[in-house]
Design a protein around this ligand. Structure first.
Ligand code: ADP
Ligand code: MG
Length: 681
């Protein structure tokens, strides 16, 4: 067996256990070595019974002189008392449920016992100590690692497998280039494994752990830099002439907020410089990010360069296209819309026009990153509602043009550490100010049917005034498994209730044309009340909509509801949001109340994380990144920093990791990132 073998090469690992291990990312024998012990037992010294004091943790070696099991064949599990003797005295050893142990321990034989000494009225006692037949393979001395169980596999068993790998550590497993090891004062990977799993010294254990943490972050950063470099060959960025920006701004129907102005100043500087722009624009829902993107795109167009904007849904793409194309036409900038549902012929025409440079601005869904979309002179790439896309998609988009300027927009606040990981060395603009005249959305929690009646009255009053309303449901159809209102159910209820108004339903299973038709009808005020699932979640902008009801609000994430709520309160009228609780647990009420008391996306996102507990706080998976098993982004920020520096340098000198000494790095990155990355030969 070698460390490179599949895990099932180990004796005792059958298909079932192999599956459990595969599920937590342990595939090869070597991966076992990346399981870090949760603690260590100090078994360096064997104590004598005579000198063992109460509350000491001791390891003793005794011969079993007698044992007493207080059970019969009828009583299932009873206490077992064992008397063990060494050359200094006798120790009483107690197991409360002793049947199993009784079968294992034989009188007259010697065992090691490891546990905490108790004082039982003057008698020394060990209760439930760990025990091994003296001199057996499991009877280890020295500092012995303890492992956590994985699923149904006990920590003991894992320890047994790992302890069998000591000899395999003779062959070098090193994958990091010498330079990286030296510059970061790392130990070799073999030593790290040795020190962690076969320790002799606590300090060395820590050094070994540091190495594993570094490795994990190094792979992550190398993969990220690699993907980024592909679109950004380190050359000069496209210089965009931004002199048209101010006159464009003067044609807008409103004056920009100070946050928008600050962001645009930075963007102008980025675009006018030869360094490619790489900027994240972060601003709460409704803060007006779209117009910021427009300013950048129009300057691009005026400089005879193309720009592309990718958004997560067709509805949103359509909406952006509607506002932007009309406006840009006036300035002689040609726009096109490319989504999954675009007819084949039209698609072909758009692609041809893009390649010839006859289209200046392309707006669309991820259809815009499909292989055969080519640009003549791409100068700017924008992703809206960034959090909906993975790293891979963003890299693919940026890869459409060499050294393009990149701008990503999101309403989701993210901690700095994560931002740096996901976006790399990018600059961040935060739009903190809301457009003038916006009123805070009045948000209330509804708990019962009486509240519901009141809420319906409120809807009626708003519709009466000519406003529009959204009712959001967690499900499309009724489900027996889930106790929640479905959009279908609510739709038929509201249709008869508000028969004087136009009520429609929108959900993800409708055909694209149907969705589009409904959405444009809503925008054109032909629909008064829209019952919908979360398909409308992102970015939809209908300022005349002033009231939103969220059914079964306990089924939505807080940040998600904040986004949903952002669909109202987009005009100057007072807007309302009602959160209906379906199951009145304390937690759902607490959550709903956070939303009703706060309008601040950052605050809400934080509370969301707190309520959801730790776990996948950073949601790396969601961004298409590999999970971290050992490193912790909060605690190991400094290691991350160093790993990033090393990864950057590595790729600066060998952008494709094709040098011989970097081959192992390349293999590691491919192994960890899997299909998310493809290194060119
Ligand atoms: P988001 O940041 O959520 O994407 P949008 O860009 O959709 O927000 O803008 C929301 C609404 O605010 C739009 O109707 C937009 O025209 C309007 N808006 C944007 N900037 C301003 C401003 N400075 N003053 C007034 N209204 C604005
Ligand atoms: Mg938006």
């Amino acid at each position: 067996m070698s460390l490179k073998d599949d895990i099932s090469a180990i004796k005792g690992i059958g298909p079932k256990k192999a599956l459990v291990l595969h599920n937590v990312g342990i595939n090869k024998v070597q991966d076992l070595l990346n399981i870090i012990p949760v603690g260590y037992q100090d078994k360096r010294v064997v104590s004598k019974v005579f000198f063992a004091k109460a509350e000491d943790t001791v390891l003793i070696e005794c011969k079993v002189i007698s044992k007493h099991y207080y059970g019969s064949f009828r009583t299932k599990n009873s206490p077992l008392i064992i008397y063990g003797q060494d050359d200094t005295g006798i120790m009483e050893i107690l197991f409360f449920n002793g049947m199993y142990v009784n079968n294992m321990i034989k009188e007259g034989q010697s065992y090691s016992f490891f546990g905490v000494v108790k004082d039982n009225k003057g008698k020394k006692q060990l209760i439930h100590p760990e025990f091994h037949a003296l001199g057996s393979h499991e009877d280890r001395r020295g500092i012995v690692p303890i492992y956590k169980s994985i699923g149904a596999i006990s920590g003991k068993e894992i320890g047994k497998w790992i302890s069998g790998l000591e000899d395999d550590l003779e062959d070098s497993l090193e994958w990091l280039p010498e330079k990286v090891i030296e510059e970061n004062n790392l130990c070799t990977i073999n030593l790290a494994y040795k020190w962690i799993h076969f320790p002799t010294d606590a300090k060395l254990v820590l050094q070994g752990k540091y190495r594993l943490i570094f490795d994990e972050l190094m792979v992550l950063e190398t993969g990220l830099f690699y993907m980024r470099n592909r679109s950004n060959s380190g050359g000069k960025g496209k210089i965009v002439d931004c002199s048209f920006m101010d006159s464009y701004i003067s044609t807008l129907p409103f004056s920009l907020t100070s946050g928008q102005k600050t962001a645009l100043r930075a963007i102008k500087k980025d675009l006018s410089s030869s360094r490619p722009m790489n900027r994240l624009v972060q601003g709460d829902v409704g803060s007006g990010k779209t117009v910021v993107a427009q300013c950048a795109m129009i300057c691009c167009g005026k400089s005879k360069m193309q720009s592309v904007m990718m958004v997560p849904t067709e509805i949103l793409a359509k909406q952006h296209f509607m506002t932007i194309s009309q406006d840009f036409e006036k300035h002689g900038i040609r726009t096109a819309l490319l989504v999954g549902g675009t007819k084949a012929r039209e698609k072909r025409e758009i692609k041809e026009a893009l390649a010839k440079g006859d289209i200046d601005v392309l707006i669309g869904t991820h259809a815009v990153i499909s292989e055969d979309v080519e640009f003549k002179n791409l100068g700017l790439v924008i992703t809206d509602e960034q959090h909906r896309f993975g790293v891979k998609q963003r890299a693919a988009l940026a890869g459409k043009g060499a050294d393009t300027n990149v701008m990503v927009m999101t309403a989701t606040p993210i901690p700095r550490t994560l931002a740096v990981i996901i976006y790399g060395d990018l600059d961040i603009s935060v739009i903190k100010t809301m457009p003038k005249g916006r009123k805070k959305i009045k948000t209330e929690v509804g708990r019962n049917e009486i509240d519901r009646i009141e809420i319906y009255e409120k809807i009626e009053a708003e519709l009466e005034k000519g406003r529009q309303a959204y009712v959001i449901a967690p499900l499309i159809e009724e489900s027996e498994a889930i106790d929640a209102k479905s959009a279908d159910e609510i739709f038929s209820e509201l249709k008869s209730k508000f028969s004087r108004f136009n009520v429609e339903i929108l959900h993800g299973e409708l055909k694209q044309e149907q969705k589009d038709a409904i959405m444009s009808a809503f925008m054109n005020k032909e629909i008064d009340l829209l019952v919908s699932t979360v398909v409308i979640e992102v970015g939809v902008n209908v300022p005349n909509a002033t009231i939103m009801v969220i059914e079964n609000c306990e089924r939505f994430g807080l940040a998600q509801m904040h986004q949903l709520r952002g669909r109202v309160g987009r005009g100057e009228e007072q807007s309302y949001c009602y959160l209906l609780i379906g199951n009145e647990s304390e937690k759902s009420v607490e959550r709903a109340e956070i939303l009703s008391s706060s309008a601040d996306g950052f605050e809400i996102a934080e509370a969301d994380l707190r309520l959801r507990g730790p776990g996948d706080i950073f949601g790396l998976k969601q961004h298409g990144l590999p999970d971290l098993h050992i490193a912790d982004l909060v605690r190991h920020g400094d290691v991350l920093e160093r790993a990033r520096e090393s990864a950057k340098e590595l790729l600066e000198n060998d952008s494709n990791l094709s040098k011989n000494e970097n081959k192992p790095v390349r293999e590691k990155v491919v192994e960890v990132f899997g299909e998310n990355i493809s290194l060119n030969m």
